[in-house]
Design a protein around this ligand. Sequence first.
Ligand code: PLP
Length: 482
Amino acid sequence: MSDFAVDPSAILDELRALREHDAPTHGGRVLSYVYDPGLAELDELAADASRLMQPVNGLDPTTFGSVAALERDLVGFVRDLLHGDTDVVGTVTTGGTESCLLAVKTARDAWAAAGGTGTARLVLPATGHAAFRKAAHYFGLTLDVVPVSAEGVVAVADVEARLGPDVALVVVSAPSYPVAVLDPVSAVAEVAAARGIDVHVDACLGGLVLPFWPDLPAWDLAVPGVTSISADLHKYGYAPKGVSVLLQRGRDRQRLQYFATTSWPGYPVVNPTILGSRSAGPLAAAWAIRRALGISGFQTLVDSTRRSTGAIVETVAGIEGLRVLGNPVGPLLAVATDPTVPPPARVDPHHWADAVRNLGFVLQLQPANGAIGSTTHLTVTPVTERVLPDLLAALTTGADAVRGTPHADATPLLGQLPPSAGPLDSETAAAILAGFGIGAGGPLPDALAPLLAIIEATPPVLAERLLTELLARLVEPGAGYH
Ligand SMILES: *Cc1c(COP(=O)(O)O)cnc(C)c1O
């Protein structure tokens, strides 16, 4: 088309070239971020559905009735899976973070409507997702973090001890992302409900998996004191990013989630979520996938994922110097060093992740925090089963390569840090990063273990500032764009 400045095929070639340097989204080589069902036809269906809905604005389901129809269907589907009755209503959001943010906002407003005064408090086990820290920050709640054991388990008595009239919400996870623990949902809901306090179950990760996982205690809306629950369709619903479901118990309560205004000269604004105009693509993709899979399709995919997770847990448990943290529930696990063997036999989880990456599988390094030491995270998906023998071999070979190598030591680098953690300007932050050998805007180093050691040893306020600088400079354009 002569109207274009650049030929469309050249534009797409450029895009393909950019994608070549990305981590592979399919094939089971990346064990976090991506959720591959291993079904190419399902991806095609999702892409077609998304394309059909591409021009639609999800802002207004009265103008675009298709949006309401798809949303109604997905909310109903997830509500049935999570044992909600007809008193449970819900919304499709753009992702787990938005679902969590809205759960907190709703609880804060319900707490205030019930007479709560002063600053609302959010009680969160230390393993609760960072999205709840963001929610407390955005919506002005005091964050009250409950410590967990070295295995990531929160004690119900410790949660109960935090409960009081200023608590707007208690969050539990099903399961938690960093350690794969299924929090004691029933016991927490019972002590919270006795005081009239709301409970959110963060099932962003587990919401479309645990219903198909055998032998679990009740963890969803079947538990009476649970007031809301989040489940991400862009995780184990296998949809493209940008779609999650937030369910709330009670219509009156859920209406507090909405923002509505007729007090401006434009169209009446009635938003159940944070965004105004929003894409209907991921919604349509999620809907098409759920129609195509049906309950038995989900069950088959979860069964495969469960077999792979079991094999990985067994293999890691058998590797000298490593251990699986706690009792993982669902398709994920955290791996730590085994402190019961002598140091030369120990395997550091971060060096291990670096070694395994060199063997073709990307694991996720997690910094030590509180009682939980340094760990490496693995999220398992249906496609994992196809590469399972290679993966298990890489996990074992990688451990052999780094057994006895101690955890990276950041102390020599920490000398460069400014003595006080006062606010840094962007030039100073960039200079500190450069001193660590991390060129602002350049590629990350090959070995991530030293970077994680720096994060572990740096006061959070400073580490957060440095990482902000790193990410901000990543998208800073040079001069001369036109
Ligand atoms: C992924 C996840 C979230 C946040 O979801 P995003 O979709 O990344 O915004 C929240 N909680 C848990 C347990 C998660 O796994």
